[in-house]
Design a protein around this ligand. Sequence first.
Ligand SMILES: NC(=O)c1ccc[n+]([C@@H]2O[C@H](COP(=O)([O-])OP(=O)(O)OC[C@H]3O[C@@H](n4cnc5c(N)ncnc54)[C@H](OP(=O)(O)O)[C@@H]3O)[C@@H](O)[C@H]2O)c1
Length: 376
Amino acid sequence: MQSTLMLIGMGDLGGILLEYLVTNPKLRFVTADIDKDRALARVNLARLGAVARGLDPQIDFVRLDLNNIDDTAQAIAGIKPDIILTTATLQTWWLPDRLPDAESAKIKGAGFGVWFPVHFALTLKLMRAAQQADFRGFVVTAPYPDVANAVLGKLSIPPACGIGNVEEIVPKIRWLAASRLSVPIHAIHVTLVAHHALQRFTLNRTAAGNATAAPFFLKIEADGHNVTEEIDGAELLLSAFPITAGPASHVLTAATTYRLVNALIGEEEQYIHVPGPGGLPGGYPVYANSDGIRLAVIPELPLEEAIRINENSHRFDGIEMVEEDGSVRFTQQAVETMREALGYDCPILRPDDVDDRARELLRRFSEYASGLGVSL
Ligand SMILES: NC(=O)c1ccc[n+]([C@@H]2O[C@H](COP(=O)([O-])OP(=O)(O)OC[C@H]3O[C@@H](n4cnc5c(N)ncnc54)[C@H](OP(=O)(O)O)[C@@H]3O)[C@@H](O)[C@H]2O)c1
């Protein structure tokens, strides 16, 4: 029997996710996006690619505006998906790369967290719609799950988990460890607690300069033996490992998501890392199957300490903390950088203000870019 995956957001990541996921014959798809023509063209591209590979996936499309919570709830109730996977966002994440080098470095120096309202606004509405539809399946999120899911947890509407991020670092560790020990990749088992903020210190490290890396917990085992010290796991994790930057990296996100989705529709529990499971901040190792997602127990690291590592990591993304009411408080440096560059002054973001702040930030960023002669 096939499981139904509702894939919301047919932009760059959504399109690549569909390319990867259509190869799984256990899935049928309902894709959704606000822009019908562009999304249908992307669906058609994935469909033809699948047929060319000898596959015959069922892919439907519905036009959906996540801003309309009632319509979204109705769509969810009608489609009855097993999994909702959202990539919908108000602006993609890599646009600051388009600015001239100095300005790009300045804006990126504020930390990715300053873009939180842009990536959170639609996920918040989706979770409200899922709650309204009494949806009991899995909601899996792409937009900045390390922080967004933590805020949704505080609001008591947490998604099941996020995709990518922590799990994108794991293949690097496994590959390097296997190479250093001259053992097959499948002999290497990794336990990693890490936040989105660690990524720039582990992949495309040049972007991080000489800054101190965000905290993490790492254990590497080879054939069941702890080899973390023997192969200097921390050095291995932080060693240079450049990958193609920007949207090209979505293939890695899609590969990790393929495994996660396959786990969530299967009976056998799979070991995998996910960001934001059940509303926690940052990323953790978990076991996942169609019954749900449970945190993997780490004997050396009580859960409270794992959470503390991730809470302390927010700061490396320009976020001081997530408060009990779901408000996000930004670091002073992040606030000052954005105020100086864009005139955007946002020390704290309350969930109710997310739409206004997202709109203001997008407007100010677009004006800043066009002042530099860059059209976004
Ligand atoms: N977790 C990870 O590892 C990871 C990795 C990569 C990216 N991401 C995140 O994934 C998200 C998507 O990135 P992307 O590059 O794919 O962005 P994108 O190309 O801009 O795609 C976003 C899609 O959402 C659609 N959308 C906008 N408003 C909508 C609405 N009201 N209702 C329904 N759909 C709407 C957009 O349509 P329009 O273009 O017509 O507005 C677009 O098709 C970002 O938040 C990014 O940070 C996460």
